[in-house]
Write a protein that binds this ligand. Sequence first.
Ligand SMILES: CC(C)(COP(=O)(O)OP(=O)(O)OC[C@H]1O[C@@H](n2cnc3c(N)ncnc32)[C@H](O)[C@@H]1OP(=O)(O)O)[C@@H](O)C(=O)NCCC(=O)NCCS
Length: 234
Amino acid sequence: MAQCEVRAIPPFLLSGKDSGMQEEAEGLLDSVELARAKALPPAAGIAFLAGRLAQRRLAAELLSLPAADLTVAYSCPQCGTGPGVGHGRPGYSYRGAPVPLALSLSRAAGWTLLVAVVDASPGTRLGADIEDPSRTGFDGFDGLALTPAERRNLRNVRVELLPAARARLWARKEAWLKMTGDGLRTAPSTVDVSGRPGLRDLGPAETGLPAHLAAAVALSGPVQASGSGGSGSS
Ligand SMILES: CC(C)(COP(=O)(O)OP(=O)(O)OC[C@H]1O[C@@H](n2cnc3c(N)ncnc32)[C@H](O)[C@@H]1OP(=O)(O)O)[C@@H](O)C(=O)NCCC(=O)NCCS
């Protein structure tokens, strides 16, 4: 049975290391990725490149292929798929053929979470998300993000535990909506995330993320989970 690989990449430290990383990115990433980074503010561009480098290296390692030989083959619900598409659902091709790997990436609080399913059958879909509880405290979050049933359930949660509970729900929603490929084109307040098959929380022991960050993964088919956790190790 295919296995779910889980890796957490710690915050990239800007001080003095960004120039080396830029060089590495220029050697390994595709032009569509470099162009996306260039269009972002500098710090966001660096975080983007660091995540894409880590994702490509993980894909290459799992497929036993040279990282430089992979070509991005993302799928966007609006723009479609192909080598020129560098946004949407992650994917790679090798010598013109899609590689048998389902991938998902999420960034929060400087961390990057990567989840992969090796030898994925063509229909396998995967979504993963991390969320920082401090980002869920704004007025209107519940109305924007939660279903009426989820809002009712939160009434029973102690006030000091609310940020963590909201972050857990949000991570599940985004993991689910990445798995379907719709992302936030589907209103999260219409997606109840309790008891959905293939959707589960990821704990810090499995991911290697700090315990305060919420994380979740959604898989479209039955796949055995075996998180390796830690900072880029397996
Ligand atoms: C998916 C989405 C919810 C993630 O947003 P987020 O929480 O801000 O960001 P995260 O760090 O958790 O995840 C970002 C990753 O999600 C993945 N992703 C983006 N869109 C995706 C989609 N439609 N399906 C699956 N995964 C997707 C990418 O791997 C992206 O990484 P990248 O920045 O290296 O490209 C959001 O990007 C979204 O709703 N996208 C779809 C909107 C859309 O279709 N727009 C049309 C664009 S032309």
